[in-house]
Design a protein around this ligand. Structure first.
Ligand SMILES: [Zn+2]
Length: 294
């Protein structure tokens, strides 16, 4: 169901106009904007870098295996899911991966940045139900989706539990959630500063917060365990000697084709034990699969 953010009325309708208080959300560019006051604030990303990012993403040694893992996780733990909502979809790279994996899946995405959504819209065309602008604390849906996801998003939010609770409210009872967050404070580097992360989580710490938000934990595992020593080397040691001012430089997306091939292979091999049930006690990214109680 849709939910009016002005009066909290819940309704089923094609239009976004609230049948109770008659309010209609603003439209910014091609998107309904539920938190338009946040569009111009540049805290999380320098929005100019979205175009660059989109180009690097499609071929990326990082995003391609990451997408494979997300698609596998959804199939494995929520095989009956027909609808999926991604909070903080950015340029739509995950939505694209999920669509390619299962064209039947009904996809919805939101972000606070409309220029990211522009790229997502171009990338997805008609293969997305709706893209809209909002922040993590005001999602205009209630009990609408089978599964929700937030991938490298929660660590940007001060009130992480509140944001995950808001997501819980958008999931149907018995539905699920998949969260990815950066793992281990000892991996903190200039990358985290530039990306405006508030935190890198410990496994138990993050699971506690997911539970506080109202979810039950289904499984916790890692992405990027085998590559962690390389990432440590790149971020903590080499970074001292590196100069660059673009996000993409720091996101380590621009590597030589050979290095990219090797890293991608490692990140795919990394997943084989995960898919067989191994939960590495370390890794670049923590993945939590959770369920909303019936
Ligand atoms: Zn209303």
């Amino acid at each position: 169901m849709k939910r009016c953010l002005s009066c909290d009325h819940q309704f089923e309708a094609a239009s976004w106009t609230c049948p109770s208080c008659n309010k209609t959300p603003e439209v910014v560019g091609s998107f309904h904007a539920f938190a338009p006051q946040l569009i111009s604030t540049k805290t999380a990303f320098d929005d100019q870098s979205f175009g660059d990012l989109a180009e690097s993403e499609e071929e990326s040694f990082w995003y391609v295996p990451r997408n494979n893992l997300i698609a596998w996780t959804l199939r494995k733990y929520f095989p009956k899911a027909k609808s999926f909502y991604e909070m903080g979809c950015g340029t739509g790279i995950v939505l694209k991966g999920l669509h390619d994996d299962n064209p039947q899946l009904q996809l919805t995405g939101s972000d606070i940045y409309t220029n990211g959504l522009d790229v997502a819209k171009e990338r997805m065309g008609d293969n997305v139900q709706e893209l809209f602008q909002t922040d993590a604390h005001g999602i205009p849906f209630r009990e609408q989706f089978d599964v929700v996801g937030a991938f490298d998003v929660i660590e940007h939010i001060d009130d992480d539990v509140g944001a995950m609770h808001e997501l819980l409210m958008t999931v149907k009872p018995g539905g699920g959630a998949i969260f990815m967050v950066p793992r281990h404070m000892f991996m903190w580097s200039i990358f985290d500063d530039l990306a405006c992360h508030k935190i890198r989580y410990g496994s138990r710490q993050f699971q506690e917060r997911v539970k506080q938000a109202g979810f039950e934990i289904v499984r916790t595992f890692s992405f990027g365990a085998l590559t962690l020593p390389l990432q440590f080397w790149s971020r903590k040691i080499l970074q001292r000697f590196r100069k660059g001012d673009k996000m993409a430089d720091y996101l380590e997306l621009k590597v030589s084709p050979f290095t990219g091939f090797v890293l991608r292979l490692l990140l795919e091999i990394d997943q084989i034990p995960v898919r067989m049930g191994v939960n590495y006690p370390f890794g670049a990214t923590l993945v939590v699969v959770a369920k909303k109680p019936d």
